[in-house]
Design a protein around this ligand. Structure first.
Ligand code: ZN
Length: 336
């Protein structure tokens, strides 16, 4: 019997790599308190620090089976180039999801206009950095900015990633400002289509999920981060019932392990439905690789090799290995 198994590499469709530094910190009593600690960490980033720490974290991703990453980047343009260099050095395919930030956050996150933001995107593209556009959220971008960015993404056929419905407060603020919920605003602004990935969608209601389904958008679930931050549960069964594509991300990088993200995804669905095998093993593997690649607009990325003699897999029948990877393995079963 073969002692190893080749698989497609996993795709980490949503990462804020600098947040790896926060693991283990108490960082306050809820999402908003954690966010203050995160902002302080963001403030101290430099191109040199990004170049160094991102390379080591991308190597950790590579070791655990992620061979492609979407870096949702809001630290500034020099740091974007540093992240691209770090990924190249670590041997990970990178899509730099350059973030548009009109308001809130830190001054370093913000561009002075949507035109200035799109110029930054053009600069990255001219330097051959593979990019997607990323209005941070409906909190951070006005409807005008969303409209311009949606138009540009459509014209240029670029991936568009955006956070939405992670926390109830964001929805309340959107209702107060726009009279609609975040995913409804994305639809109205031309930001929802089949190259769109909505990150989280934790608190999306039925009408918002219907919009995701009819537009062909993908949802990126980040279950270990959503647990860590107290966001809530992905509406897994409701997404599945509508046939909405799913992919995974390590987001704050508290954990870097594709099998754990997929196990959490299925675990949430089981707790919600009282059933086992809500997603098939094949579906879960596709969420982890192929659909992540689709979300990032990439067609190829390196494969991985699984050690079938690892203690987590020893004695498992060959046909049961794909299931055992998700049920009971960690990223340390990846040999390279
Ligand atoms: Zn995020």
């Amino acid at each position: 019997m073969a002692r190893s198994l080749e698989l497609p590499g996993f795709v980490n469709a949503h990462s804020h790599t600098f947040q790896r530094a926060l693991r283990g910190r108490a960082a306050g009593g809820d999402f908003w308190a954690w966010r203050d600690t995160m902002l302080a960490e963001a403030e101290r980033q430099t191109p040199e620090l990004v170049r160094c720490t991102y390379e080591s974290t991308y190597r950790e991703m590579r070791l655990s089976g992620f061979t492609a990453v979407g870096e949702f980047h809001y630290l500034g343009l020099p740091e974007a180039f540093a992240a691209a260099e770090a990924a190249e050095a670590a041997g990970v395919e990178l899509v730099l999801l350059h973030v548009a930030y009109a308001r809130g956050g830190l001054p370093r996150f913000r561009q002075e206009s949507v035109g200035a933001y799109l110029s930054q995107v053009e600069e990255l593209r001219a330097a051959k950095v593979r990019v997607g556009v990323a209005p941070h959220s409906v909190r951070a971008c006005s409807a005008d900015w969303l409209g311009e960015i949606g138009r540009y993404a459509t014209e240029e056929q670029l991936p568009l990633h955006v956070h939405a419905d992670e926390q109830p407060k964001e929805i309340e603020e959107c209702l107060a400002e726009h009279g609609c919920r975040p995913i409804e605003l994305l639809a109205r602004s031309g930001c929802l289509g089949d190259r769109t990935t909505v990150v989280h969608a934790t608190h999306a209601d039925g009408a918002e999920l219907d919009l995701l389904a009819s537009s062909g958008a993908t949802v990126c679930a980040c279950p270990t981060t959503e647990a860590d931050l107290g966001d809530g549960f992905l509406p897994a069964e409701r997404l599945r019932a509508r046939g909405i594509p799913l992919c995974i991300g390590t987001d704050s990088n508290v954990r870097i392990d594709p099998f754990e993200e997929l196990r959490e995804l299925e675990g949430i669905a089981r707790r919600q439905t009282g059933r086992r095998g809500v997603f098939t093993i094949d579906e879960l593997h596709r969420f982890g690789s192929e659909l992540g690649g689709d979300a990032l607009g990439i067609e190829s990325w390196p494969g991985i090799v699984i050690d079938l003699e690892h203690r987590a897999l020893a004695g498992v029948e060959r046909d049961d290995v794909p299931g055992a990877l998700i049920a009971s393995s960690g990223g340390d079963v990846v040999m390279g």
